[in-house]
Design a binder for this molecule. Structure first.
Ligand code: HEM
Length: 525
């Protein structure tokens, strides 16, 4: 009996030891491959640690500050590891031109994270690839034309008026407000109204179920959120957990609620029981155009759609695809625009002379437009653009661009292999003192015509560049200009005791300030 037990115990220990040794050998082999990976491609970079690669630096310094520190240390182009995933970071202007524009056919796509390839993420324009991306991008672009934006500006102004009502109430008390909270409310209302087709006032009705569900699209700092740490460091584990409903990015009830809402609104628009100048309406109009064109084609052989320039517009989006894009607009447009507005208000409060000059411009332009804040009047406000540009330089709301090459690519002796993750660290690019001397200083003059012309292309990329740049750029700029012009025509921002002296950004990937920004608002009249 004992012999048998002894034998079993020994065998068990043998198995455990063999397992451990095999595990160690696997880790060491993998680590060795990681250590030699970039050297073989002739790309410099830091030594990785086993399993986590160089991720510990991101946790320690924060995503953006780490990008800056590594760029300063390893130069314009280098490789490093996020977990065991090799990544290339570059701020080399010539390489950027290749990646974003010249060799776009090689660098068309972004990475797909397997663990999140389910509804609504699976149809996101930002994630889909190649021809599918081209088609959906062409269809969605019909929503962001000048004509459509002019119409949408009225919906945006309704939301800015709600914001100003909120500001008025604050100004009548002590004037102190949490700037991020107010601007988040604004951008949430704008996305809800323009992209989901549903009008809300989140300052007045914070308990509205739409607000409750939409705000679930905001995330904690990447390095504080275990879900993102698993996604980055252990993508296979993330996929395994996600398939078993153990890694939830957005709660299921929120997806169900918003999907039903989108479907109902879409049906109402299709049967013409309501009409609004928003994204959903654009998609219904697109469906009608395609149906109309098909009718024309059936009746007239000569009027066939020119397949060369119109081929992508022949298809219509499914309801699931439309819902997915509305959700993407929320992801892409909510945090980015609100963070930027929050930081603009902060800088205006800190630099009263800049705010005075901006207010002067707003008053002068509005005097020529019967006092009306509109698409046309804000388009004439040059200094307003300069203030927004400089804020997005110091704090690029989306802190990195990413692409993956579809084939091996050779650049100045380096081999950029197929499927290698490529990142463009915007914070590091925008803080290069050779391009922007004294880079932490807030100076909108960097964006006057003369100074802009002096700089090379691709030195300023808050909205990316090339065919895959930000689809919502003009939408976001319009929203921010309308918000600032209307607000500053009535109010002035000031600092208060609770205003932070310096801003540090977190690792959410959105240049979001770590500190709450409290400001004071006072009525101008
Ligand atoms: C201050 C506000 C915003 C900033 C700084 C910003 C920035 C960016 C950046 C850097 C990219 C990647 C571009 C590239 O890879 O070259 C991007 C992509 C995108 N953005 Fe924005 N964005 C903003 C607002 C918005 C808004 C309001 C929307 C929608 C209404 C939007 C929709 C998109 C979409 C759909 C993409 C993916 C485009 C594609 O893959 O074809 N963004 N944005």
């Amino acid at each position: 009996m004992l012999e048998i037990i002894g034998l079993t115990t020994n065998t068990t220990w043998m198995l455990i030891w063999t397992g451990l040794v095999l595990f160690l050998i696997t880790i060491l082999t993998k680590w060795y491959r990681m250590c030699t990976y970039f050297g073989k491609l002739n790309i410099p970079g830091p030594m990785p640690l086993p399993l986590i690669g160089n991720f510990h630096h991101i946790v320690k310094r924060g995503l953006t500050y780490n990008d800056l520190a590594m760029t300063e240390k390893y130069g314009k182009t280098f490789g490093y590891f996020e977990g065991s995933t090799p990544c290339l970071l570059t701020t080399d202007l010539k390489l950027l031109k290749s990646i974003l524009i010249k060799d776009f056919n090689v660098f068309t796509n972004r990475r797909q994270i397997d663990a999140v390839m389910f509804e609504p993420f699976d149809h996101f324009l930002s994630i889909i690839k190649d021809e599918d991306w081209k088609t959906v991008r062409a269809i969605l672009s019909t929503t962001f034309t000048t004509g459509k934006l002019k119409s949408m500006s009225k919906l945006m102004l309704e939301c800015v008026n709600n914001l100003n009502e909120g500001f008025q109430k604050v100004a009548e008390k002590d004037g102190i407000f949490d700037s991020s909270k107010f601007f988040r409310s604004l951008t949430l209302d704008v996305i809800s109204s323009c992209c989901f087709g549903f009008s809300v006032d989140s300052i007045k009705e914070p308990d509205n179920p739409v607000i409750k569900h939409l705000t679930r699209f905001s995330f904690d700092s990447m390095t504080n959120d275990p879900r993102f740490i698993i996604l980055v460091l252990f993508p296979k584990l993330a996929k395994f957990l996600s398939e078993r409903n153990m890694l939830e990015i957005i709660p299921k009830d929120t997806i169900r609620f918003l999907k039903e809402l989108t479907f109902t609104i879409m049906q109402n628009r299709r049967n013409k029981s309501e009409k609004r100048d928003d994204f959903i309406q654009s998609m219904v109009e697109h469906e009608e155009n395609v149906a109309e064109q098909e009718k024309v084609e059936q009746n007239n052989e000569d009027k066939k759609w020119d397949p060369k320039d119109q081929k992508h517009l022949r298809r219509t989006l499914t309801l699931a695809e439309i819902f997915s894009q509305s959700t993407l607009f929320l992801f892409a447009g909510y945090e980015t625009s609100s963070t930027t507005l929050n930081l603009i208000a902060y800088h205006l409060a800190k630099y009263p002379e800049i705010q005075n000059r901006l207010i002067e411009e707003i008053d002068t332009v509005l005097a020529h437009h019967n006092g009306e804040v509109s698409y046309d009047s804000v388009s004439e406000m040059k200094y307003l653009s300069m203030v927004i540009d400089e804020t997005l330089r110091i704090f690029p709301a989306a802190v990195r661009l990413d692409r993956i090459p579809s084939e091996d690519f050779h650049y100045e002796g380096m081999k950029i292999v197929k499927d290698l993750m490529i990142f463009v660290p915007l914070y590091a690019l925008h803080h290069n003192p050779e391009i922007y001397p004294d880079p932490d200083r807030f100076d909108p003059e960097r964006f006057n015509d003369e100074n802009k012309q002096k700089r090379e292309n691709n030195t300023y990329l808050p909205f990316g560049n090339g065919p895959r740049n930000c689809l919502g750029m003009r939408f976001a700029l319009l929203e921010m200009k309308l918000a600032l012009a209307l607000t500053l025509s009535k109010f002035r921002f000031e600092t208060c005791d609770k205003t932070p002296e310096k801003i540090e950004i977190d690792s959410s990937g959105f240049a979001r300030p770590k500190q709450k920004i409290f400001l004071k608002i006072s009525s101008r009249f």
